[in-house]
Design a protein around this ligand. Structure first.
Ligand code: HEM
Length: 422
């Protein structure tokens, strides 16, 4: 069988390193040939990206797995505060003080508390609400002309779902969405610093107030459980709770938005795979795992920081260097996945095996919710619009996000005709 994406021979090593470091348009459009070159010739490549921080990019599955499991390569950047500022800008520090940027023992405590609240039941209870949100968004999509599925559907849904989880409803939700959009817009722009600080303050005050209201009138909802804290743990402070809400919004929106788009695009550009899923809907859960492997949204944006000198795969990573893990490359490593460039919805044994949701202590806390959202989105689209097609020539190759390294993988726009007969 032919590969789904004709990846071909990768570019020469120096060209690959330069393209990745600079985030060139060719690399952003289709990064896989570049990753292939790196896997084959420099599996732990030294880069010096635009932010000027010494960075090592890990591209093979085995090394990525080893890095994600290695406690000598941590996440807490606060010790290396200059590196932190270079990577994340200088605002939002208080809000970023959360489990995604913590090492044990702090991470263990925060993760334990978060898991107590993020139970399978809480996730399952969201099903009817997510379905309602999905139906509402699809009801508003035009069927007699092409629609951009990213802006009309994939973008609004995940933040709405997290608001639902946190019990933020009505006008308050509209306000939260507005201020959150302001943060995403201004986060990495020095010129928009004022906007960022303004939005950060508003959200911090709002979440603090929400926590006070929840503490006064607890129910059995997600936030109440989070605020209550298991008996064997030191309770979360209000600031820690605010950061926890923040990380859910941050880790749970762009990832899911882009993954919805990537799944729809992968199916529409691989009609025989789409047909297989249409013919047997029981394939959908494993098809979703395969699509997160094949075109995962967290492309290279998973990083660590060497707490001491560490040798991985024969390469010495010096203390203080940033270690960037190219999950998208590890997931296309032929040593691990036969015919990795082929989308195969019947591929088995993927869950817990591909790295699209990470691995180890920081494995995606929201993976069950993400899987549920993807399942509801895809089922609804396939049920309501079984003839849906891309509204662009298939040779176009997709409007993939540009922008610098490190990167998320996803589409800028996804024009589709939901009902091409109209
Ligand atoms: C962590 C991917 C959706 C919450 C991660 C990590 C990955 C990931 C790769 C590990 C990061 C690292 O090791 O540095 C994804 C993908 C998603 C998704 C591909 C969508 C398809 C969500 C959702 C939520 C969420 C919906 C919650 C509402 C989190 C949190 C962490 C995390 C809190 C940090 C866990 C920790 O540090 O212990 N995610 N994620 N994610 N994700 Fe997700």
């Amino acid at each position: 069988t032919e590969p789904t994406v004709a990846v071909g021979d990768g570019p020469a090593l120096e060209d690959a390193v330069e393209a990745v470091t600079k985030g060139t348009p060719e690399y952003r459009q289709c990064p896989y040939p570049f990753y292939r070159s790196l896997r084959e010739q420099a599996p732990i490549a030294r880069l010096t990206p635009a932010h000027g921080v010494d960075t090592y990019l890990v591209t093979r599955y085995e090394d990525a797995h080893a890095v994600l499991a290695d406690h000598r390569i941590g996440k807490d950047m606060h010790e290396a505060i200059d590196t932190y500022h270079a990577l994340f800008g200088d605002a939002c520090e208080a809000l970023d003080d959360n489990l995604l940027f913590a090492d044990p023992p702090r991470h263990t405590r925060l993760r334990h508390i978060a898991k107590t609240a993020f139970t399978p039941r809480h996730v399952k209870d969201l099903r009817p609400h997510i379905q309602e949100l999905v139906d509402g968004l699809l009801d508003r999509c035009p069927t007699d002309e092409p629609v951009d599925l990213m802006s009309a559907f994939a973008l609004p849904l995940p933040v709405m779902v997290i608001c639902e989880l946190l019990g933020i409803v009505g006008d308050e939700r509209v306000e939260v969405l507005k201020w959150f959009a302001q943060v995403t817009r201004s986060r990495f722009s020095r010129d928009l610093k004022h906007e960022l600080v303004e939005a950060e303050h508003w959200l911090r005050d709002y979440f603090t107030d929400l926590i006070h209201r929840t503490r006064e009138n607890p129910t059995d909802d997600f936030l109440s459980v989070l605020a209550e804290t298991p008996h064997d743990e030191e309770p979360l402070t209000d600031d820690e709770l605010v950061s926890m809400i923040w990380v859910l919004l941050f880790a749970g929106h762009k990832t899911t938005t882009l993954q919805i788009g990537n799944c729809v695009y992968s199916l529409l550009t691989n009609p025989e795979q789409l047909e297989a899923v249409q013919a047997n809907r029981e394939l959908l859960p494993q098809a979703i795992e395969e699509m997160v492997r094949f075109e995962g949204s967290v492309e290279t944006s998973t990083f660590r920081y060497a707490l001491e000198d560490v040798e991985i795969g024969g390469t010495l990573i010096p203390r203080g260097a940033v270690v960037q893990i190219a999950l998208a490359s590890a997931n296309r490593d032929p040593e691990k996945f036969p015919e990795p460039d082929r989308l195969d919805v019947t591929r088995e044994g993927l869950q817990g095996n591909h790295l699209g949701f990470g691995f180890g202590a920081h494995y995606c806390l929201g993976a069950p919710l993400a899987r549920l959202e993807l399942e509801i989105c895809l089922t609804s689209l396939l049920d309501r619009f079984p003839d849906m097609v891309l509204a662009m020539p298939s040779a176009h190759g997709g409007d993939w996000l540009k922008g610098p390294f490190p990167a998320f993988r996803g589409l800028e726009r996804l024009p589709v005709a939901l009902d091409p007969s109209r």
